[in-house]
Design a protein around this ligand. Structure first.
Ligand code: PMP
Length: 383
């Protein structure tokens, strides 16, 4: 049986058209973008073209900046640490939603060890940020507030425009992690008043090894990676031209195809949700409507998360139980705890993230595997 890949949130296959477009930057066109010969000028142009394509995807302000990084983790670190350190004179407080990715939470916790105050805004049972609580946490000293566009574990899409209004009344900068969102639903940083936006190339079907941070005009931040001064002094190191050019091409394709593809995947996703929720004591996690179109997440009473993943793997299906980045810890997901689940409930979870290879024809096999898995594990479970 062919395997069914439903873990696009952890790693996404590179679109073959992206590979065809970008591979010349690994083999033929290999000048360093900082070199002044024609080969260097050529790759410099490739980086600038990619920047324009990404800017178009998020409706970036022409006067803003897009800084290429090695991925989303680095972009999140640049956003959080770069603004906090640069604006220390104005205040030493940072705020995040309780369900941010650990590449936002951990740099903030690190700042807290160095004299910053960290406050976490709670979310409701469906994962939506509590806007009143957020407002109460912001002070004149808050330099940066991070609220993700949509959550990678539960798919909930946050009310970013409302968040932005609140943050700009009291705090300073709003950082939004759009790793799980870009290329899936439209993003408009100007409409939503976003100061800093994190993007991942691979999540959009580009090669691994590139990400980007959008920086709105007037936002003051400093580099967290000093060196040769590439990327307007904000991210030193020779540019990964192959991954960056591929990310640009992925952004161009996403702009053209996102509406149709997301609509198709939403149909497949809805069929999966219907089939899986027919299993006894199964529950959707996250928001039933305000959620990413390619995302379905569940919890099952009376079973354990890791054993779900291993059993589904034996059926030939790749899925996640939470974020791949935290899969080596045995702790319950901070996201599932934040939406109010108890530890034992937070362990029996299944996260399915769809992509190009997924079709309606796969739905029965996935639902059957989920049913078989849940029944077998319940028979074994002491819970
Ligand atoms: N933010 C979110 C929302 C994510 O889901 C991930 C990982 N998939 C990251 C940041 C970090 O991405 P990376 O590991 O590619 O740096």
């Amino acid at each position: 049986m062919d395997r069914i890949y439903l873990d696009h949130g952890s790693a996404t296959p590179v679109d073959p058209r992206v590979l065809a477009f970008a591979q010349r930057y690994l083999v033929e066109d290999v000048g360093n973008p900082s070199s002044l010969h024609s080969d260097g000028l050529g790759t410099k142009q490739a980086v600038e073209d990619a920047r324009e394509r990404l800017a178009a995807l998020i409706n970036a302000d022409e006067k803003g900046k897009l800084i290429f990084t090695s991925g989303a983790t680095e972009a999140n670190n640049l956003a959080v640490r770069g603004t906090a350190i640069r604006n220390m004179g104005k205040g030493k407080a940072v705020v995040a939603s309780a369900i941010e990715h650990i590449s936002v939470l951990n740099p903030m916790k690190d700042l807290a060890k160095h004299g910053f105050e960290l406050a976490l805004a709670p979310v409701d049972g469906r994962g939506l940020i509590d806007l009143g609580a957020l407002e109460g946490l912001l002070t004149d000293a808050t330099v940066v507030t991070s609220v993700m566009y949509a959550n990678n574990e539960i798919g909930t899409i946050e009310p970013i425009k409302e968040v932005s209004t609140i943050v700009h009344e009291k705090g300073r900068y709003l950082h939004v992690d759009a790793t799980a969102t870009a290329g899936r639903i439209p993003i408009d940083v100007q409409r939503d008043g976003i100061d800093l936006l994190t993007l991942s190339g691979n999540a959009m079907g580009g090669p691994p090894g590139a990400g980007a941070l959008y920086v709105a005009p007037g936002v003051k931040l400093q580099t967290v990676l000093p060196g040769g001064g590439q990327e307007q002094g904000l991210r030193s190191g020779t540019e990964n031209v192959f991954a960056i050019a591929g990310m640009g091409e992925a952004a161009r394709l996403a702009r053209d195809e996102m509406a149709k593809e997301s609509n198709r995947l939403q149909g497949v996703r809805d069929a999966l949700v219907k089939g899986i929720l027919a299993i006894e004591d199964s529950h959707l996690t996250g928001h039933p409507e305000r959620r990413l179109p390619h995302h379905a997440s569940f919890r099952f009473g009376r079973i354990e998360g890791e054993s779900i993943l291993l059993s589904m793997d034996m059926y030939g299906i790749a899925m996640a139980t939470g974020s791949a980045c935290t899969s080596r810890t045995l702790e319950a997901s901070h996201v599932l705890l934040a939406i109010g689940l108890k530890h034992e409930q937070a362990h029996g979870s299944m996260v399915l993230t769809l992509g190009r290879s997924n079709t309606m024809a796969q739905v029965p096999a996935v639902v059957d595997a989920a049913r078989g898995t849940v029944e077998r594990l319940r028979n074994l479970s002491p819970l």
